[in-house]
Ligand binder design. Structure first.
Ligand SMILES: Nc1ncnc2c1ncn2[C@@H]1O[C@H](COP(=O)(O)OP(=O)(O)OP(=O)(O)O)[C@@H](O)[C@H]1O
Ligand SMILES: [Mg+2]
Length: 285
């Protein structure tokens, strides 16, 4: 039998952990001679309760992958499965936080956070508001609940979005470069808020980034992508202890992980550079 205090400590941990699988997924865009396979034979299991981070260069197809997982788009071949069931449309089971803000401008921070669950009406208003207040405290926005998005800094807007996604208790959180474009200090702060939230509830999480240090700081598993057509080049288990803190990034292990990932990304970049160079033809006059 589980001891009572143990159960209490675990109260925030999501009990029903989800597995997300991509099986030989391919996605092609464009017609006829403009056809380009962006994603090819992409297979990956995002394990339950883990933070899996995908790192790949700009334009390689990361958001395309996110759209397939979110159910906004369908693969041309292969399947995306959540707990063994095929994903065919968007759902609150899979919450996505994008790099652009999606807060509703005429609602306050608190109103934005409670909007989704209130609309569905499955929980009482007081319960929803209590959870929203709790989440906003956790992301450091307790003073800004009554402010409108335009009155928040970029970093605060992203934090509000984190709270807005998490209040839906998704089975999987999907983050598509949510901290891109923030200044270095705000970005670091965001990473810290985010990693604490993850460590508290251990919800299955897929995080997409093009920043290696961010990836290593956050990840249980780091997935390094190949160049287009994009597939999984390597999966690196990041065995830094939790709770994470930034000092760990100066450890020997972190340095080795970074080196390993950088070498692969460099190789991939060279491949595409050579291809582009080899195929270059001056335009005819
Ligand atoms: N709906 C679409 N129709 C045609 N081409 C598309 C479509 N969506 C994406 N693409 C193309 O697929 C490629 C990958 O785009 P995607 O946005 O997935 O890359 P990304 O890795 O997320 O890039 P970034 O780092 O800039 O966010 C791009 O060349 C893009 O032009
Ligand atoms: Mg993108």
């Amino acid at each position: 039998m589980m001891n009572a205090s143990n159960t209490d400590n675990m109260s925030d941990v999501v009990s029903n952990q989800a597995t997300l699988e991509l099986k030989e997924v391919s996605r092609v865009f464009g017609d006829e001679w403009e056809r380009e396979e962006i994603i090819k034979d992409f297979s990956l299991t995002v394990r339950p309760g883990e933070l899996t981070v995908i790192v790949g260069p700009s334009g390689c197809g990361k958001s395309t992958l996110v759209n397939l997982i979110a159910g906004f788009d369908k693969p041309d071949s292969g399947e995306v499965l959540l707990n063994g069931e095929k994903i065919t449309s968007p759902s609150n089971d899979r919450m996505v936080v994008f790099q652009e803000t999606a807060l509703i401008p005429w609602q306050t921070t608190l109103e934005n956070v409670v909007f989704g669950p209130k609309l569905r009406g499955k929980r009482s208003t007081s319960e929803i508001e209590a959870e929203a207040n709790n989440l906003l405290d956790k992301v450091g926005l307790s003073e800004f609940k009554e402010k409108y998005p335009i009155q928040l800094s970029g970093g605060m807007q992203r934090r509000a979005e984190l709270a807005r996604a998490m209040i839906n208790h998704p089975l999987v959180m999907i983050m598509d470069e949510p901290f891109r474009g923030l200044d270095a200090m705000s970005r670091e702060l965001m990473q810290e808020f985010f990693v604490r939230l993850f460590e508290e509830n251990r919800r299955t999480n897929l995080f997409v980034t093009s920043e290696i240090e961010e990836a290593i700081f956050l990840a249980d598993r780091l997935v390094v992508l190949s160049n287009r057509p994009t597939s999984v080049r390597q999966v690196i288990d990041i065995e830094l202890p939790r709770p994470r803190d930034f000092h760990m990034l100066s450890s020997r292990e972190a340095y080795e992980y970074k080196k390993q990932a950088m070498e692969i990304l460099h190789e991939e970049a060279m491949k595409s550079f050579n291809r582009a160079d080899g195929g270059y033809q001056p335009a005819a006059e």
